[in-house]
Design a protein around this ligand. Structure first.
Ligand SMILES: Cc1cc2nc3c(=O)[nH]c(=O)nc-3n(C[C@H](O)[C@H](O)[C@H](O)COP(=O)(O)OP(=O)(O)OC[C@H]3O[C@@H](n4cnc5c(N)ncnc54)[C@H](O)[C@@H]3O)c2cc1C
Length: 201
């Protein structure tokens, strides 16, 4: 049962963060979140995408923005799943127009300026990552994670390669604390290995 098979069976999803920087805040100072409540049964299209090859389906995965805790002119959102991988293909300039229109639709009483700048992650299209987090896909289970985490070769006396990282924690995969705990786990393994070697000398 190879490590490669575990990797193939497990899912690797994408979450991207998007930051919009405005010249000034168009919202009230004491306002800190914008929530978008979508009507899922209604067909919905962005007019700014009409003459492009892009569709508007991804919009419904945007559920809101929050004001950055340190930068009062910056709004932040996260997008996940297929919509996240899809919008990675939309150029910044077009996406900026999309968000301006989106805010205009949900907050028609506000004058929405065009964001000055858009900054975002594109984890799916980065050749060194192709996504952002492990998940249990249909057909896989936590045994695949356990197997992925096993040292190689799996002989307690002499492992040559150890495996840490979020995708090797069977409970907290996909998280920063899970990744941290696997680092501790493997560091302890090394300590135990050296302790045994020292005692056997
Ligand atoms: C948008 C987003 C939001 C998230 N939000 C949360 C959250 O709220 N809470 C939470 O707990 N988790 C969250 N996560 C998940 C969390 O960030 C990750 O699970 C965690 O950072 C994974 O840590 P890691 O050490 O396993 O991998 P990484 O942090 O990816 O570290 C791997 C390192 O290996 C390096 N590397 C890669 N290839 C090579 C190579 N060939 N040679 C040398 N170095 C290499 C990389 O540069 C990188 O520094 C989020 C992730 C994303 C993308």
């Amino acid at each position: 049962y190879s490590k490669q098979l575990c990797i193939e069976k497990l899912g690797f999803g994408t979450i991207n963060k998007i930051y919009l920087i405005f010249s000034h805040a168009f919202w009230d100072v004491d306002f800190n979140t914008f929530n978008f409540l979508w009507n899922t049964t209604t067909e919905w299209k962005l007019t700014c995408l009409e003459n492009t090859s892009y569709d508007s389906q991804w919009c419904k995965s945007i559920t809101g923005f929050y004001v950055h805790h340190r930068l009062p002119n910056m709004l932040v959102t996260q997008i996940g799943g297929e919509a996240a991988t899809y919008i990675e293909t939309i150029p910044d300039e077009i996406l900026t127009n999309c968000f301006q229109e989106l805010f205009g639709r949900f907050y028609p009483d506000n004058q929405i300026p065009k964001p000055k700048k858009l900054i975002r992650s594109q984890w799916f299209n980065k050749t060194s990552t192709h996504g952002s987090h492990t998940f249990i896909k249909t057909g896989s289970n936590t045994h695949d994670i356990k197997r992925l985490a096993m040292p190689w070769p799996n002989q307690p006396a002499k492992p040559l390669i150890l495996f840490a990282g979020e995708g090797t924690h069977e409970r907290f995969y996909g998280t920063a604390h899970g990744a941290f705990m696997t680092g501790i786990r493997e560091a302890k393994r090394i300590v135990e290995l050296y302790k045994k070697e020292f005692i056997n000398q």
